[in-house]
Design a protein around this ligand. Structure first.
Ligand code: C5P
Length: 235
């Protein structure tokens, strides 16, 4: 069974501060997106990576990827993205050739996910799960609140879910291709991850252990941490 990875990389990354689109920001001198593509290509299971570029930036992304070495056995396709992450993933799925029956969806914003995590996700799909997410226990207690009208205003707490039953989920998320395509065709609500769409179909999503280094680079402090992780790997 062949496996492809779709990498939505069309976001602006406004929370990271001003500058280039997030996926094109450098980490250790190399664009975050290149790290993310390599993280997928490093898995022997993955033979195709579909990168979903900013709508007006597909050409730029293509030349960027051509300029960086990737394993020979991996093909790379670049397609333009959409207005939402969901739309971008759908465009990536639409571009998938026949013959790829397992699909990973991986955020460009998680450039440092270790290959063992990628392999564990693929293996769980091969073992029969229709949707797989890498997950970690939470360090923080989580409160459900009544969101304030304006940022910074106090927000009444509504509930405190039992932390032992909560997990923070990462990417790559792995799917049986037909299931993910059906989810994207039928689910129209806004969801923040692809596995959430499969849940809406009434199907079971399972977790595998995530990894601390698969964290999402969202805010400026995350860039500091990512640089430190890279520097440690290069020792
Ligand atoms: O905004 P957030 O960090 O949740 O984005 C997660 C991923 O989705 C990022 O890799 C981002 O580039 C991608 N994305 C996209 N198309 C959009 C918005 C976000 O591909 N319209």
């Amino acid at each position: 069974v062949r496996t492809a990875a779709v990498i939505p990389a069309a976001g602006r990354g406004v929370r990271l501060g001003p500058g280039a689109p997030k996926a094109l920001r450098a980490l250790g001198g190399t664009p975050m997106l290149v790290h993310a593509v390599r993280a997928m290509a490093d898995s022997r299971a993955v033979s195709l990576v579909v990168v979903v570029a900013p709508p007006d930036g597909a050409g730029e992304v293509k030349s960027l990827l051509d300029a960086h070495a990737l394993p020979e056995r991996t093909d790379v396709l670049v397609v333009p993205g959409g207005d939402s992450r969901q739309e971008s993933v759908k465009r990536g799925l639409d571009a998938l050739p026949e013959g790829y029956d397992i699909v990973l969806v991986h955020d460009a914003a998680r450039p440092l996910v270790p290959v063992d995590t990628v392999d564990a996700v693929v293996e769980a799909v091969r073992d029969g799960a229709v949707a797989v997410v890498p997950a970690l226990p939470l360090a923080d207690t989580v409160k459900q609140v009544e969101p304030a009208a304006a940022p910074g205003e106090p927000e009444p707490v509504v509930a405190t879910p039992d932390r032992s039953e909560l997990r923070a989920v990462q990417t790559p998320q792995g799917f049986d291709r037909a299931t993910l395509v059906r989810a994207h065709e039928t689910v129209t609500d806004d969801v923040t991850d692809d596995a959430g769409m499969v849940e809406r179909l009434g199907l079971t999503v399972v977790t595998v252990p995530g990894h601390e280094e698969a964290f999402k680079v969202t805010r400026p402090l995350d860039l500091v941490l990512a640089e430190a992780v890279l520097a440690r790997r290069r020792l």
